[in-house]
Ligand binder design. Sequence first.
Ligand SMILES: Cc1cc2nc3c(=O)[nH]c(=O)nc-3n(C[C@H](O)[C@H](O)[C@H](O)COP(=O)(O)OP(=O)(O)OC[C@H]3O[C@@H](n4cnc5c(N)ncnc54)[C@H](O)[C@@H]3O)c2cc1C
Length: 323
Amino acid sequence: MDILVVLEDNRGVLHRMSREAIAGAQKLASNMNLSVGALAIGENADTLANEVANTNMQEVLVVKNELVASYNADGYAETINQVIEQESPKIITVGHTYQTRDYFPRVSAKLDIPFIPDIIGVRLGDDPVFNKQVFNAKLAADLTAEADQVLISFQSAAYSEDEIESGKPLIREISVNLDPSLIRSESEKPFQEEAGEIDLESAEVIVSVGRGIEKEENIPIAFDLAKVIGGEIASSRPVVDSGWLPLFRQIGSSGQNVSPKLYFALGISGAIQHVVGMKGSKNIIAVNKDSDAPIFEIADYAVVGDLLEIIPKLTDALQAEKD
Ligand SMILES: Cc1cc2nc3c(=O)[nH]c(=O)nc-3n(C[C@H](O)[C@H](O)[C@H](O)COP(=O)(O)OP(=O)(O)OC[C@H]3O[C@@H](n4cnc5c(N)ncnc54)[C@H](O)[C@@H]3O)c2cc1C
């Protein structure tokens, strides 16, 4: 295959960003007339392979070596090195997750293949031009690789899993030769916030509050709206840092990634660290009293005004509709 997508095991299921990486790889492939394949590693490799068994790919490779039954950076890097050497893909791609940040640079260093991380899109021509944000998203950069092979990672929501084309790939088990002495580190179980009953990742409606809520006593304004529309509460980082909401409700680069059908951004400016966690939302309604707030660049509906006045009225109107 020409483009290899390395799948990520997220507690026994396929990571959402692996699906987005498949969508990106398929786009690249169809424009460049290339073929796509995927690689599933570890004790859940069969489950991951099954999850992509209906997508348009040439084949899904499965590696089940016991030294990579669960994630460890040394084992993963060496496994992927060997698969690249066996299969010679031109482009090797992943979602830009914490896990891939851990092992992908090792693959780049060991095989001397350039790595272009965190890309947000690709401009296609004779050679693909990869776009990424630099200097805290103040500038956009276009990058090309002067090499026969390149590693790329896609930023969250660069492509949508809704764009995945369906098909029937072959599933092929392959073996790698790993020596126990290679494994110098052991990973702990993935960190999981105590989220109780809250599952923001699968919430269809999210009401998210930012510093514009002004003080802790105003937080119930958001809860009231969420209750009427059946949504979950989330927030930007300053709200969590102030102790007004717990960390598991934080959206963004150091919080959760969500892609609900509807995301209310209330008093959130739209800093890149927040936006990467929610820009995959299908509809974004932003309420902000600053008409130049960057959140309006990605909002589907922009409401310029004071949320402390607007949201209680909206909640009352929606409640009245229900009664
Ligand atoms: C390494 C790193 C990681 C980070 N990770 C994250 C992360 O995971 N998630 C995250 O969110 N941030 C993160 N941040 C912080 C990020 O850079 C921003 O500082 C943060 O997102 C801003 O939050 P905010 O939009 O709520 O606040 P602000 O930027 O202060 O914006 C508040 C907005 O509210 C509006 N406003 C004020 N009053 C009202 C009102 N009454 N009605 C309507 N609008 C009003 C203002 O016009 C303003 O646009 C991170 C930063 C760093 C350096």
